[in-house]
Write a protein that binds this ligand. Structure first.
Ligand code: SAM
Length: 387
């Protein structure tokens, strides 16, 4: 990894903005505000700055395809295997056909790899492939990757009032800011962030100090009761749920496919998951400290798919299916596609399927407006009843 490729000046500038926000908030901001600024503060946040993010594993680890060099932080399913996009394309083609629509809206399209694979597989079924992405630097990468498709691909500045087509997002909900809740001695408190100045004589600059955790009493509680009174840390997902509510409300005709790591709420708020799911990704390493190297690490938490389903149902959408990524890909025919694949392609695709890799932790949820129908990807192993 070449450290010089990372702009180390990002952190001090972002750190000063965060400290100003903390000062304006009487010395404390909720973690959702901190995470929002760390990821999306214009020009400085992780997804707003120009540093590479999504790509291959560091050299030495086997891989079949990658969009960029090793100075990325994490890899996603579309970057691992084109078979992911080819399977999704089958599901999307079916949904476009059933709903009589011809537009795909992809949210958070990363490097544009999934869009490219879907358009390559089913381009003629799609009149418009619209991308909505908050990251200007990723939009620029997408434009480069998708040049060959010309005006078929469009970038939307704002979400249209009415959406007709298939909405799609891979690993987007997990990138939305979460609130943190901590239980100590049986009492729930909201966990936020404060700034602690380094008062030693050696540190005479205004920047000397560090972000620290601070819990404050509040009314927020987990959506379900978590038995026993032991210490417990967890997340709430108001932004992801608001996003699903807004996109669902506007979906007049068609379906939405959300793919991400996560569980239903009983599994999410299981008494034994007492450390929460919040993690950071930096140069293909996982850590649990979002208060360090702010702006240079991805911060993410698992998705509560029960919350996603409820938010969509509140707007009149049906859950058409919910299952593991492995099961979804098998239902969409990945096994046929694998037969024609090379050995390296097969070994990368296997990671998408295997239970101990991405096959079980990642889930696919499909939502739709109108009468219930059974989509291809959920014909076997549907788990909607577990939500
Ligand atoms: C973890 S990356 C996943 C990228 C890509 N889907 C993939 O699988 O490689 C998260 C993406 O979501 C985008 N994003 C985050 N919040 C968003 C929002 N509210 N609307 C649209 N895009 C968003 C980020 O800019 C980024 O492109």
């Amino acid at each position: 990894m070449d450290d010089e490729n990372k702009d180390e000046s990002v952190t001090p500038a972002l750190s000063r903005r965060l400290r100003a926000a903390i000062a304006a908030g009487s010395g404390w901001i909720g973690f959702d505000r901190f995470m929002h600024m760390a990821l999306y503060e214009p020009g400085l946040g992780y997804y707003s700055n120009a540093q590479p993010k999504i790509g291959r594993m560091p050299a030495g680890k086997a891989r079949a395809r990658a969009s960029e060099g090793p100075d990325s932080d994490f890899v996603t399913a579309p970057e691992m295997s084109a078979l992911f996009g080819q399977c999704l394309a089958r599901q999307i083609a079916e949904a476009l056909h059933v709903s009589g629509t011809d537009t795909v809206y992809e949210f958070g399209a990363g490097n544009g790899t999934l869009a490219r694979d879907i358009l390559t597989a089913i381009g003629p079924h799609i009149r418009r492939y619209c991308i909505v992405d908050v990251s200007a630097s990723l939009r620029a990468r997408q434009a480069q990757a998708l040049q060959a498709f010309g005006a078929q691909v469009q970038w939307l500045e704002a979400l249209p009032d009415t959406l007709e087509g298939v909405l799609l997002g891979n690993e987007v909900l997990d990138a939305m800011p979460v609130k943190l809740l901590a239980r100590h001695d049986g009492q729930w408190q909201e966990r936020g962030v404060a700034w602690e100045t380094d008062a030693t004589e050696a540190s005479d600059t205004a920047d000397a100090g560090s972000f620290i955790w601070q819990d404050r009493p509040g009314k927020l509680r987990p959506p379900i009761d978590i038995p026993n009174d032991g210490d417990y840390l967890t997340e709430l997902h108001p932004q992801a749920e608001a996003f699903v509510r807004t996109t669902s409300e506007r979906l007049a005709r068609g379906a939405a496919l959300w793919i991400d790591y996560g569980f239903g709420e009983r599994e999410y708020y299981h008494p034994e998951r007492s450390m929460g799911t919040l993690v950071c990704h930096h140069r293909h390493q996982v850590d649990s400290d979002p208060l360090a190297l702010v702006g240079q690490k991805d911060i993410t938490s698992h998705v509560n798919f029960t919350g996603v389903a409820v938010a969509a149902q509140e707007t009149g959408l049906e859950v058409l299916g919910y299952t593991s990524q492995g099961r979804f890909l098998i239902n969409c025919g990945i096994e046929d596609l694998l037969q024609a694949a090379s050995l390296p392609q097969r070994s990368m695709a296997a990671k998408l399927l295997h239970e101990h890799e991405m096959g079980e932790l990642f889930k696919v949820m499909m939502l739709g407006r109108g009468p219930f129908w059974e989509p291809l990807g959920f014909t076997r192993g549907d788990r909607t009843h577990t939500l």
